[in-house]
Design a protein around this ligand. Structure first.
Ligand code: SAM
Length: 193
């Protein structure tokens, strides 16, 4: 899917469908919004920017850590071959899965649990998207990234992080690029808080 096609899909995706509380009426705002359990649905412009950085291809195998509402999962699933998504809060995953199934996605595998160390069973992944803030870059996620792969992850202190683009060359060398400052909810687990 090209950038233009992605943007048109993005604009047809009704964000309010992914919100089931009284924040629904604010779905059109370019802001993160609460989805319960102290978590948020990400800001649309940031979701789009992270997708641009990740650049999945139509046959990419993608690992997403932090399913949340499922909004970003829908975009990843539309753009790539298969998405493995991990969420630690069972209730959020239950709702996200129902929404994504209602949208007829059949290329998503779901796991409830701690994704801070990835999902080893299905590794390696061509792309890894982390939607919660890590304290440090998790070694396991770097190891689970395929040669030639890309990972987007916010890393840094609890209230402000650097969005990082990690690329692995075909020779397995790692490059780390800082994209800009962002603010995400905490990644829980060994590499989080
Ligand atoms: N992109 C999502 C969306 O569009 O709705 C929002 C994701 S929200 C900013 C971050 C999510 O990461 C939360 O749902 C949180 O529960 C989850 N999370 C935090 N730490 C996690 C971990 N160690 N493993 C799996 N999920 C985690």
């Amino acid at each position: 899917m090209g950038q233009q096609e992605l943007e048109s899909y993005f604009h047809t995706l009704d964000r309010s469908f992914f919100i089931d509380n009284d924040m629904k009426k604010y779905a059109d705002l370019d802001k993160p919004l609460p989805i319960g359990f102290g978590q948020t649905i990400s800001q649309p412009s940031l979701v789009l920017e992270m997708k641009r950085l990740l650049s999945p291809e139509k046959d990419s195998k993608v690992l997403e850590i932090g399913t949340g509402s499922g909004f970003q999962t829908a975009i990843l699933a539309k753009m790539s071959g298969k998405v493995f998504t991990v969420e630690r809060i069972e209730e959020l995953m239950g709702k996200a899965k129902k929404r994504l199934e209602a949208l007829n996605f059949s290329n998503i595998c779901y796991k409830v649990g701690d994704g801070s160390k990835g999902w080893q069973e299905h590794a390696p992944y061509d792309r890894i998207m982390v939607t919660a803030a890590a304290r440090v870059l998790p070694d396991e996620l770097v190891n689970q990234l395929a040669a030639g792969g890309r990972m987007v992850i916010p890393v840094g202190p609890q209230y402000l992080q650097e969005l990082k683009l990690i690329t692995k060359t075909d020779d397995n060398d790692i490059n780390i690029e800082s994209i800009g400052m962002v603010r995400f909810v905490e990644l829980k687990g060994q590499y989080g808080w």
